[in-house]
Design a protein around this ligand. Structure first.
Ligand code: AMP
Length: 403
């Protein structure tokens, strides 16, 4: 029994193949730069005699083409992750926006596809690519169960005081304008892993989860459920990200619309693709920015100050709303790997019972790590996220419900 997990981004396609009920990862990989020059497909195989990393250089013109390349690689004589598509019994798709309809992973039906299509207006950049991949998988794996796992689901427990915007009521009731939150699969996975690590039932654990990747978001988790989050109706608000601005005054958009030659789509693209760390420094990879900062680059230094200041501000706000805080949990590319970001984000919070141990924070040990100083009331954890495994688990859940 094999489960395929599909995570479609705007110009990339990530996949993982898990085997058995224990969900052993046997292969994963990515097709990047879809529709652009310089793309490649990377497949890693973790089991058998042909394990290793296999890279094929070549462009995929679109997501369909990318999928054909993935399946060809997985069936390759040499790699043999699957011998036939029928071995894949279920496919879990990451779907960015589930709106208010979907609190749990769902079997993909015609009705679900209709609903997700309807949400195109509130998730214009993400849901269409997810739907494309669902259609392709239905054609290429006709016998497999298709499951949608929504990024928004975990945040559906937020109370109205957190998810409503103070704009006229009709925009919520008619148009669904509210906070949905994203990265839910990651927040859920690390919250469960952190509670297990602390030896507490999740339902009695209060956490602040800080997902810092290319996209960045935080969740305030009280007694195991999300009660607030930093993203909004879209993945644009909140923390400063690789290429997204995070929180800005909405009047900036009107100002630019009236006073610059930018069209509304160009303003949207600027805020999504040219802002955040990219806008401040011309770079979006945090490793490059940190190395420029070390060389004394002033833009990089300011960008890191702003980036970590924004995280700290949200930590303070979320501590205020969840009350007793058991742990602050850092995860994703930056959160797991940058001691500097973690250290600046919690610096000066000793009066709130948060204090980091510098040596532990700089440890290169793998897996979950506890980073707080002995006197810290609040634990500080580094928890590697695993969204693909969480999607595979959810897919099995749906599969089991159907049997
Ligand atoms: P993700 O979206 O979770 O893959 O995270 C991507 C981000 O993680 C990029 O900005 C990378 O620069 C950052 N990242 C990855 N490894 C490190 C590292 N060792 N130190 C600092 N940032 C890192």
């Amino acid at each position: 029994m094999k489960i395929l997990v599909v995570n479609a981004g705007s110009s990339s396609l990530k996949f993982s193949v898990f085997e058995g009920l224990e969900l052993t990862l046997i292969s994963n990989g990515i097709v990047d730069k879809i529709g652009k020059p310089g793309g490649r497909i990377t497949v890693k195989v973790y089991k058998g005699t042909k394990f290793g990393k296999h890279i094929e250089i070549g462009n995929a013109v679109d997501h369909h083409h990318a999928f054909i390349k993935i399946v060809k690689q997985l069936k390759d004589q040499y790699i043999r992750v699957i011998q036939d598509v029928s071995e894949i019994i279920a496919i879990g798709h990451r779907v960015v926006h589930g709106g208010e309809y979907y609190r749990d992973p769902q079997r993909i039906t015609k009705e679900l596809i209709k609903q997700v299509k309807k949400m195109k207006s509130i998730a214009p950049l993400h849901n269409p690519k997810n739907l494309t991949c669902i259609e392709i998988c239905k054609r290429m794996f006709p016998k497999a169960l298709q499951v949608a796992v929504f990024d928004t689901s975990f945040h559906q427990t937020m109370p109205p005081r957190a998810f409503r915007y103070a704009i006229p009521d009709r925009f919520y009731k008619k148009d669904g304008i509210r906070v949905y939150g994203m990265h839910g699969t990651s927040h859920k996975y690390v919250a469960e892993a952190a509670a297990a690590y602390l030896g507490k039932p999740l339902s009695e654990t209060n956490l602040i989860t800080v997902h810092l990747g290319n996209g960045c978001s935080m969740a305030a988790i009280q007694n195991g459920i999300c009660i607030d989050t930093s993203m909004g109706m879209s993945p644009m608000p909140g923390l400063i990200m690789g290429t997204r601005s995070g929180d800005i005054d909405p009047s900036i958009i009107f100002y630019l619309y009236r006073n610059s030659r930018l069209k509304i789509d160009e303003i949207e693209s600027m805020l999504n693709n040219e802002s955040g760390l990219q806008g401040l420094t011309g770079m979006n990879d945090l490793r490059d920015i940190l190395s420029s900062m070390e060389k004394g680059d002033e833009d990089a230094t300011l960008a890191m100050e702003m980036y970590t200041y924004r995280i700290k501000k949200y930590i303070g706000a979320f501590m205020a709303v969840i009350g007793r805080t058991d742990a602050i949990v850092f995860t994703a590319g930056v959160g797991e790997n940058s001691w500097f970001v973690r250290s600046r984000a919690v610096e000066g919070l000793e009066h709130l019972g948060v204090s980091l141990d510098d040596d532990k924070n700089k440890s290169h040990e793998k897996g979950i790590l506890m980073l707080q100083a002995d006197e810290s009331k609040v634990k500080i954890l580094r928890v590697p996220t695993n969204e693909e495994l969480e999607i595979a688990r959810s897919t099995i859940e749906v599969l089991n419900k159907m049997q």
